[in-house]
Design a protein around this ligand. Sequence first.
Ligand code: CP
Length: 321
Amino acid sequence: MAILKKRSKRGEWKRKHLLGLRDLSAEEITYILDTAEGFESISKRSVKKAPPLRGRLVVNLFFEDSTRTRNSFALAASRLSADLIEFTKKMSSVSKGETLLDTARNLEAMGIDIVVVRHGAGGAPVLISKNIDACVVNAGDGFNEHPTQALLDVYTIRKKRGTLKGLKIAIVGDIAHSRVARSDMWAMSKLGAEVTLVGPPTLMPPQVDKLPVKVSHCLDDVIDKVDVINMLRIQFERQSSNPFPSIREYSHYYGLTVERMRRAKNDIIVMHPGPINRGLELESEVADGKNSVILDQVTNGLAVRMAVLFLVNQAAQQGGK
Ligand code: CP
């Protein structure tokens, strides 16, 4: 395809699954980002379609709710001319006791080529990938990884700044329960950024000292030093105990307020994966302010997910593992 000429000069992609970013090289991540750049133009055409996945069947296998990721993958599949099955836990035979693997195998028996899976259990996409022949793309598994979110995050930063090399990035909030934080820190550090996790000790992941990051428990110490700040949602649904005394107190110490923004660099990039708890981790004026790229992240997610679907399918056709 003409739109992918630029990408073909650099490296190659051989994986038929995208399960996480931890094991990917900087070159592989860059390859996906370059491929996504090529796909951006499709969404700007009068006819917003290209044929690379014509005749392929993609299933959105979502066991958890989603606004952005599910619709973005559905649109990405449609833009690439694939057929799509939308699976939701609520309307499936999971309620009758069907297991995850039985669900996946039954869908495979219908001839699916790519499974996009979101599941509350970390490792569910890996398990599926070991038991079916179709390509598997992780759309978020437990606290583990959310690779396409991180890819669209680094894509958005690269678009704004040209490179991540040398940038200082803070990821703030509920790190312990965040698959976005895990994928982000792998992607950002591999691409040369200095990542600082910011949050109370109770919301830091275990063995944080073994991760390629710095740690701070004080947002006021880092707010004037960073080029990018990624605010995370407090994941109340994943917390088994109260990690902070009150929402008000959390917000006071870790919320990105208009007042804190006055102390930040003028061109700081403000990110959030969504959904936002307005007034909790982020004041509305900041979420909708001039430094915010939150909706750009969503827009860029489409090109990134088109690239991922395209690449895993291509790798499968070429016998990739
Ligand atoms: N960022 C993200 O994963 O959003 P959704 O839960 O809406 O997909």
